[in-house]
Write a protein that binds this ligand. Structure first.
Ligand SMILES: C[S@@+](CC[C@H](N)C(=O)[O-])C[C@H]1O[C@@H](n2cnc3c(N)ncnc32)[C@H](O)[C@@H]1O
Length: 316
């Protein structure tokens, strides 16, 4: 990005890691096939590369400002030269191969490695879906990345290392409070920050939800709606219940209410794929095809296992 030219008074350190030493050797050579540079615009190509046969070689002054080292992302992150945290981490197309639990662990490590306000950039088809606690989604020229928000106070962090994570894993609503009663400190409001504690236990809420789902599947809309109303009154941020109530509204032809429900969920977590699916289904039923396509594609971008979204896209 030319940072080293524009900011000669800055000191910075760029480290590239991989678990495969052959990839590290190739990276330090800095030789690229034309295809790999197809998105590098003319000026940049001329300024920073020299032709090398049918390939291009990155200039020495850029290469020598990057250090490559072995690093396994499934283990603790390698210690760095400077004691300071990192300002930008690019972690592209690696975590997609990890199991969800490992991916979650990696995201926490990357979070810890970043300075407050530091950026995390993922591959273009990746997101921190359901692991975004502590990060804010930042849009830049149509692309997005994540920015680490200010760290939580230590006491709060020990009580609740990944706020909302257990809830989202199990589908049960959280028991923790957004405001800690002992210290009066507030948790940073992430995209999926949980606002209010439920008055029923997680297990109880899940049991109630299962009963609502059974009614929904049996087509008992009125009973399902009444039961969901009661459940959401006691657990207003229990997303699966809110989405199911949206589904009931759709089946009863109350599209405005369904949309309100989906939008409410997106206010809690704008990366909730099923809420985008609901928005898409409502738009499709209302004949707003462009809007429907956009919402359905968004839902699949966030979760490509949503069969219903493929079905509706196919219909459209
Ligand atoms: C699909 S490539 C992506 C490379 C690059 N980040 C990009 O987007 O062009 C995946 C890379 O991740 C590396 N990798 C796989 N598992 C890893 C691990 N546990 N720790 C570090 N790197 C790993 C592979 O060796 C490979 O170079």
């Amino acid at each position: 990005m030319g940072l080293y030219l524009a900011r000669r008074d800055w000191t910075f350190e760029i480290v590239g890691t991989d678990v495969n030493t052959e990839r590290l050797d190739a990276a330090s050579r800095g030789v690229y096939a034309a295809r790999a540079l197809r998105n590098v615009e003319g000026d940049w190509l001329r300024r920073y590369f020299r032709p090398a046969g049918r390939h291009f070689r990155l200039n020495e002054d850029v290469r020598c400002s990057v250090r490559f080292q072995y690093g396994n992302l499934t283990e603790e992150l390698a210690p760095r030269k400077s004691a300071e945290g990192q300002d930008i981490i690019l972690c592209k197309n690696v975590a997609i191969y990890f199991r969800p639990q490992m991916r979650r662990r990696l995201v926490r490590r990357l979070y810890e490695a970043l300075n407050d306000g530091g950026y995390l950039l993922l591959g273009h088809s990746e997101s921190l879906w359901q692991m975004e606690d502590g990060f804010a989604l930042v849009e830049h020229e149509g692309a997005f990345c994540y920015r680490r928000m200010a760290a939580r106070p230590r006491a709060a962090r020990q009580r609740d290392p990944t706020p909302g994570a257990r809830w989202r894993r199990t589908g049960a609503p959280p028991k923790t409070r957004a405001r800690s009663s002992s210290s009066g400190t507030e948790r940073p409001a992430g995209p999926a920050a949980i606002q209010a504690p439920p008055s029923v236990s997680g297990e109880e809420a899940v049991g109630q939800y299962d009963r609502c789902l059974a009614m929904f599947r049996a087509g008992e809309w009125a009973q399902a709606e009444a039961a969901l109303d009661a459940l959401i009154r006691s657990s207003p941020t229990f997303v699966p219940a809110c989405l199911l109530r949206g589904g009931v509204y759709v089946h009863r032809g109350r599209y405005d209410q369904a949309l309100e429900q989906a939008e409410g969920v997106l206010r809690l977590n704008d990366l909730e794929a099923r809420a985008h699916l609901l928005v898409g289904m409502i738009a499709a039923r209302g004949g707003r095809h462009d809007e429907a396509l956009q919402a359905l594609r968004r839902s699949l971008y966030l979760d490509d296992s949503l069969a219903l979204a493929y079905f509706w896209l196919g219909n459209l």
